[in-house]
Design a protein around this ligand. Structure first.
Ligand code: NAD
Length: 273
């Protein structure tokens, strides 16, 4: 992609009517060197004017092709089917794409991986710096505190969240599995097992809480003989995810096609970033 040195990076935002869409608009306006180039809403939704931040009047429409045509990089926190469609457009146009949507199934993840052959795509279940460090810490803790320490991941989110466990909880479980020498991809599926009865040694577990307006909280608990280690991250504001996604967009715009993670961007050796 021709570089934007000397000119502002043109950022497109998908799904501006959503909670994260609104946080992303604010983040773009607050950051130097980037400008809002285009925005979109879901098909069947009325167009929304978003240009009151000093930029030209921008109207968010249900026109994803126009979103990609106008942008150097598109940021997408929408819904799984939408993110797959956006990845196909990224591949068609070679436009960089940052995906924050969670709850994608294996087929949807494979479609995004395939699209990344033709465009740079960065996908992360969580764009906060603290959570990405927590992923690395979880892997270390799971490896150093062996199977005598029962490991549980807890996620607590607002009542509107659609997927459970959260994408971040799944990434934490993968990090823990990696620390324990288990197959990180097989582990989350195996966790659906009935939890009646005594706990198997060395296993990984999770619990999900939903309610109110909690932006996002994750704990990794290692409960061993006579002691318990608890690692907790609390997100107080969606702005942290928006700022992280925007930093990722800036980094991604200069990359070759491929599928990238926050761990790649931050230089943290953690899985599932
Ligand atoms: P939300 O429901 O408030 O917003 C989603 C928006 O996407 C809605 O306005 C919806 O109309 C829109 N949308 C759906 N399909 C679309 C399409 N084809 N084109 C354009 N817009 C479309 O949800 P939210 O709280 O903003 O979260 C969105 C996603 O981001 C969820 O999957 C959530 O789990 C995830 N999320 C990720 C992180 C992270 O750091 N990775 C942080 C917060 C939320």
């Amino acid at each position: 992609m021709e570089e934007k040195a000397g000119r502002e990076l043109r950022v497109g935002i998908a799904g501006v009517a959503g909670r994260m869409g609104r946080a992303l608009i604010d983040a773009v306006r607050a950051r130097a060197g980037v400008r809002l180039a285009a925005a979109s809403v879901r098909r069947g939704t009325a167009s929304v004017p978003v240009g009151d931040g000093g930029e030209e009047e921008i109207v968010a429409r249900a026109d994803p092709a126009a979103l990609f045509a106008a942008s150097d990089v598109v940021i997408d926190f929408t819904a799984p089917a939408a993110s797959v469609a956006h990845a196909a457009l990224a591949a068609e146009t070679g436009t960089a794409l940052v995906i924050g949507t969670t709850g994608l199934d294996d087929r949807e993840c494979r479609a995004i991986t395939a699209a990344a052959d033709r465009a740079p795509i960065l996908m992360a279940a969580n764009f906060s710096l603290g959570v990405n460090l927590l992923l690395a810490l979880t892997r270390i803790a799971a490896s150093r505190l062996g199977p005598d320490y029962d490991l549980e991941v807890l996620d607590f989110h607002h009542r509107h969240k659609k997927d459970a466990p959260s994408g971040t909880a799944l990434a934490l479980l993968r990090a823990a599995a990696q620390g324990r020498g288990l197959d990180p991809e097989a582990t989350p599926a195996a966790l659906d097992a009935d939890r009646n009865g005594v706990r198997e040694p060395g296993g990984l577990g999770f619990a999900v809480l939903r309610g109110g307006d909690v932006v996002g909280e994750h704990s990794v608990i290692l409960a061993g003989p006579g002691e318990r280690l608890e690692l907790t991250h609390r997100a107080g504001d969606r702005a942290i995810f928006a700022r992280g996604a925007l930093a990722a967009a800036r980094w991604l715009a200069d990359r070759a096609p491929g599928l990238y993670s926050m761990a790649d961007m931050l230089g943290l050796d953690a899985p599932g970033g």
